[in-house]
Ligand binder design. Structure first.
Ligand SMILES: C[S@@+](CC[C@H](N)C(=O)[O-])C[C@H]1O[C@@H](n2cnc3c(N)ncnc32)[C@H](O)[C@@H]1O
Length: 215
C-alpha cells in the first residue's frame, strides 16, 4: 500500500493515469494474484513496476538478479530492457505459488531469458561467483543487511541495486524499535548511507526504495 493509496486515493489515481499504461500481461498477472493468493498486497505496485522497467530499459543489463519473485510481476517489469544475450535470475522459496510465475514467464517474450530458481537467497549468494548489473531485493526483511553484505562483492562499477520497503511503513523513524525487521531495515539504511563505494538515495515511492549505484 502506498502513502497516496492510503491518504489520498485521488492523487494515487492521478499518478497512475499520468504514467505509461500497464502491459496486458501484467494486468492479467495482477488480477490472478488477487484471485489466487492469500497475500496479494505483496505484489509490486504499478508505479514501482514502471520505475523498474524504465531503469532496465536505460541500463540494458546483461545480468539481473531479483530476490523475492512472488508471482513474477517485478520480474516481468525488469525483463523489458534486457540485452539480447542477457538473463534475469529470480529467486523465491515458496514452492506452493511457483506455478503462477512459471505460467506467466512461459507466456513472456523473454521466457528463454528468465531463470526462476526455488532457492534461499542467502544460500544462492554464498555460492555464486556471478557479477550483476542490476539487482532488485524485495524479500524477507530480517535478512536485508546480510543481503547487502553478500551482494556488494557481486557488483561492479555502474551496477544498480534497489531495496524495496526501506521506509517500512514509517517505522524507520522509531528510535529503539522492538520489531526485528525494523531494526534490520534501519541497519541496512545506515550501512548504505556510510558506504562510500555507492551513491544512493531513498525514493519515497510506495513503501520506499533505496536506490544505489556503485561508483
Ligand atoms: C514482497 S514478495 C515479492 C514481490 C515481488 N517482487 C513482486 O514484484 O510482486 C516477497 C517474496 O520473498 C520471498 N522470500 C522470502 N524469503 C526468501 C528467501 N530467503 N529467499 C528468497 N525468497 C524469499 C517470499 O516467498 C515472497 O514471495
Amino acid at each position: 500500500m502506498s502513502f497516496f493509496e492510503e491518504t489520498n486515493p485521488e492523487m494515487d489515481r492521478y499518478l497512475e493515469n499520468h504514467a505509461s499504461s500497464e502491459p496486458e500481461i501484467l494486468k492479467k498477472l495482477r488480477r490472478e494474484t488477487y484471485q489466487k493468493t492469500t497475500q496479494p498486497h505483496m505484489i509490486s505496485g504499478y508505479q514501482q513496476g514502471r520505475l523498474l522497467t524504465i531503469i532496465s530499459q536505460m541500463m540494458q543489463p546483461k545480468n539481473i538478479l531479483e530476490i523475492g519473485t512472488f508471482t513474477g510481476y517485478a520480474t516481468l517489469c525488469l525483463t523489458a530492457g534486457l540485452a539480447k544475450d542477457g538473463k534475469i535470475t529470480t529467486l523465491d522459496v515458496n514452492e506452493d505459488l511457483a506455478y503462477l510465475p512459471k505460467k506467466y514467464f512461459g507466456e513472456s517474450e523473454y521466457a528463454d531469458q528468465i531463470d526462476f530458481k526455488l532457492q534461499d537467497a542467502k544460500e544462492f549468494l554464498r555460492q555464486t561467483d556471478e557479477v550483476f548489473d542490476l539487482v532488485f531485493i524485495d524479500a524477507d526483511k530480517e535478512n536485508y543487511a546480510e543481503y547487502f553484505r553478500l551482494i556488494k562483492p557481486r557488483t561492479k562499477s555502474g551496477s544498480v541495486v534497489l531495496f524495496d520497503n526501506v521506509l517500512w511503513y514509517g517505522k524507520v523513524l522509531e528510535e529503539n524499535p522492538k520489531q526485528k525487521s525494523t531494526q534490520i531495515i534501519k541497519e541496512l539504511n545506515d550501512l548504505i548511507a556510510k558506504d562510500n563505494d555507492f551513491e544512493n538515495l531513498i525514493l519515497p515511492l510506495r513503501d520506499g526504495v533505496n536506490f544505489l549505484r556503485r561508483k
